[in-house]
Design a protein around this ligand. Structure first.
Ligand code: ATP
Ligand code: MG
Length: 455
């Protein structure tokens, strides 16, 4: 191995500060599969204050795996290899690691027995090639796989640690959690990395940057300093804050103060300070206020309803969603007057309002949402180009908000941004509804609300 003298260092207790992840699998080098295990592992490692310095993806080939392992071992304290622990010929990780470290592979009878039992429980006889999964490098600790046959392996080399974890995420994740609670957690240093994801709507990336740069630039001088990253996604801007401190409370505490500073300048545009999605925030607001929702969608094709029902426990607030795509169905399913469509066009404020009110009325919900727009690529005009979307929210009580938007991008981006706009308009309506000192929201159907920007 590339780190000579490794074995001379008395190890075991020195904290693991840095890690590299090696994802093994030829499918991960194709256009069809993405290495997601490293994202999960990075989250868990960061939680222990272990910093991931490099990630490598290699195919199922001996030279590639060995090269990645040796490079990683020379650079970092902890190397995690995922995948390639299966029973087939192209699963090489176990053999290559044993060979590189000069460890003999021996069959572990307990592991073989465990695999045999797993097969027996499914009325199957264990194929002989599964014995490969019971081969353990001498001195390695066997890690139980609650969801599969391939056990994980933990190897200590001096003060370094090497982990071999199975590729399937459902097998890897519980194993990683057990490691965090056990041997990995006890080898981590006291230093902790705290991260917070803040989410903003209603502002562009540069507007967010303009508002928050004077604030976060000061944080670099704080103890501990805070690293800030701004990430733009369609319909939402994310601020990622990271602080490393000697303990969890110090790292978390400094981010708490920083979050409050951002909340003061971003106001209601900051919708999440704990990583929650917009639909979760809307769901929580509905539940907290005991309000129900119904949705009448056109161009989003059910995406708003789909996102709302992604929230666990959504039956507590979500009543129904209708996709009324044709003009006739807008009238038949949600009572949108045919004359309104005739007069203003399907993509118009009066139709969005009628969709919202129809959904609210027919769903007997406290709040109705209407979405109509032109997702493209066809159907646009000079007056209403592709990306024009009108969203209305009726309720709670006699509130009404209606807004029209011009979203950039192709069909799926327009649909996504429209769903984001709809959820956000609901969120703001719910926030306003219990804001006693806020100016009254416009109660009449066709008058623009104060959410309505000049067109
Ligand atoms: P098995 O015992 O199931 O064969 P294995 O450790 O050999 O486990 P692989 O055969 O390499 O794992 O992969 C099994 C499955 O897990 C495949 O569907 C693969 O795409 C997926 N997988 C492997 N590595 C990753 C990764 N890094 N991220 C996400 N999925 C992965
Ligand atoms: Mg594989």
């Amino acid at each position: 191995v590339a780190d000579p003298g490794l074995d001379c260092i008395a190890g075991g207790s020195a904290p693991l500060g840095t890690a590299e992840i090696v994802a093994v699998g030829s499918e991960l080098l194709t256009a069809f599969r993405l290495d997601t295990n490293s994202l999960f592992l990075t989250g868990r490692l960061n939680g222990l204050g272990i910093e991931v310095r490099r990630k490598t993806v290699v195919g199922d080939d001996r030279a590639g795996i060995r090269d990645a392992l040796e490079g990683a071992l020379a650079r970092t304290d902890l190397v995690i290899l995922t995948g390639g622990l299966g029973p087939t010929d192209d699963d090489l990780t176990r053999e290559v690691v044993a060979e590189a470290l000069g460890l003999a592979l021996e069959e572990d009878a307990t592991v073989t027995e465990g695999i045999r039992r797993r097969f027996a429980a499914r009325q199957l006889v264990m194929p002989e090639n599964n014995r490969r999964q019971a081969m353990v490098p001498r001195g390695a600790v066997v890690l139980e796989n609650v969801n599969g046959t391939a056990p994980g392996l933990l190897i200590e080399r001096g003060r370094k640690m090497i982990l071999l974890l199975p590729g399937p995420p459902g097998e890897l994740q519980p194993m990683a959690d057990a490691l965090v609670a056990g041997p990995l957690g006890s080898r981590a240093g006291r230093r902790r990395l705290a991260r917070r994801v803040l989410r903003v709507t209603g502002r562009t990336e540069s507007h967010v940057e303009q508002a928050v740069q004077p604030i976060y630039s000061r944080w670099r001088a704080w103890h501990p300093p805070i690293e800030t990253t701004i990430l733009a996604a369609p319909g939402q801007i994310e601020l990622h804050l990271t602080a490393g401190a000697e303990d969890e409370i110090a790292a978390g505490g400094v981010l708490e103060v920083a979050t409050a500073e951002l909340a003061a300048v971003l106001g209601a545009d900051l919708f999440s300070t704990d990583g929650r999605t917009l639909e979760e925030v809307v769901g929580n607001l509905c539940r907290a206020r005991g309000l129900s929702l119904a949705v009448g969608e056109s161009c989003t094709g059910g995406l708003v309803a789909s996102r709302l029902t992604d929230v666990p426990g959504s039956s507590a607030f979500f009543i129904f969603g209708v996709v009324a795509y044709s003009n006739e169905s807008k009238t038949a399913a949600l009572g949108v007057p045919a004359e309104t469509i005739q007069l203003h066009g399907a993509v118009s404020k009066p139709v969005a309002v009628a969709l919202a009110e129809g959904a609210r009325r027919r769903g007997r919900a406290d709040v109705g949402v209407g979405v109509t727009g032109i997702a493209g690529p066809g159907g646009g005009s000079a007056h209403k180009p592709v990306g024009t979307v009108v969203i209305a929210v009726a309720g709670p009580a006699n509130g009404l908000s209606v807004r029209s938007y011009s979203f950039p991008g192709g069909r799926s981006q327009v649909k996504h941004q429209a769903s984001q706009g709809a959820l956000d308009l609901v969120r703001r309506a719910l926030l306003d509804s219990d804001d006693a000192i806020a100016p009254a929201r416009v109660p009449h159907a066709h008058a623009p609300s104060r959410h309505d920007p000049p067109e």
